[in-house]
Design a protein around this ligand. Structure first.
Ligand SMILES: CC(C)(COP(=O)(O)OP(=O)(O)OC[C@H]1O[C@@H](n2cnc3c(N)ncnc32)[C@H](O)[C@@H]1OP(=O)(O)O)[C@@H](O)C(=O)NCCC(=O)NCCS
Length: 180
């Protein structure tokens, strides 16, 4: 499964991505609001091998975000927890090799896979309360808070909300890719 937009594409994670994933997950710039992972490369490889069973049986998909211009890896994103009409996404990280529109493109691709290819009506995800930029990002796109606990807000976004946001976001992506 490979899905591309304007400047980035998603491709499924391989065992050989273990070092790259760890370099993101162990970097304090990116991991403040993410769950901790074991720092051992072999443990990461073994996690990916186990994940591949889930991928085979269609229970979750873990993607590397790559630049289309040169194939440089610049992030990760994962879709999982498939319920009757909703899928969850997370493990979303972009490093300094991202393109300007990588956040918008990867978000639209995630929804295209979840709501297009996989046929879900909506998506659910949680964001740490103090990850304010990301909370705002999702609200700006049309996600609604459904509940909260001490640490997290829980969000939902419908297929209709994504459709409403898509055109504007695509125009922004176009503008960004032309450097305007
Ligand atoms: C979360 C993460 C992947 C988001 O990527 P990002 O590049 O920081 O995303 P931004 O919020 O800067 O958005 C990218 C651009 O799209 C713009 N944008 C955001 N939402 C938009 C919308 N609905 N319509 C149009 N433009 C929008 C932003 O203004 C920004 O533009 P700019 O570069 O001109 O300022 C990244 O910050 C990251 O890796 N964070 C650490 C890990 C993390 O917290 N992950 C999330 C866990 S829930």
């Amino acid at each position: 499964m490979k899905v591309e937009f304007k400047t980035i594409r998603l491709r499924l994670v391989e065992e050989s991505d273990a070092e790259f994933i760890l370099s993101l997950r162990l970097n304090d710039k990116y991991n403040r609001y993410l769950s901790a992972v074991n720092a051992d490369v072999e443990a990461q490889k073994s996690w990916i091998r186990k994940y591949k069973d889930d991928e085979q049986s269609g229970r979750q998909y873990y993607f590397i975000i790559e630049r289309m211009s040169d194939g440089q890896r610049c992030g990760t994103v994962r879709i999982y927890d498939f319920l009757a009409d909703s899928f969850c996404w997370g493990s979303w990280i972009l490093n300094e090799d991202k393109t300007r529109s990588a956040a918008l493109e990867s978000t639209l691709l995630v929804y295209e896979i979840g709501m297009g290819k996989l046929g879900f009506e909506k998506s659910h995800f949680d964001v740490r309360k103090d990850n304010e930029a990301v909370v705002k990002y999702h609200q700006r796109m049309g996600a609604e808070k459904t509940s909260e606990d001490d640490d997290n807000y829980y969000f939902e976004i419908t297929k209709e909300a994504v459709s409403r946001a898509r055109e504007d976001m695509s125009k922004t992506i176009e503008r960004m890719s032309k450097g305007r």
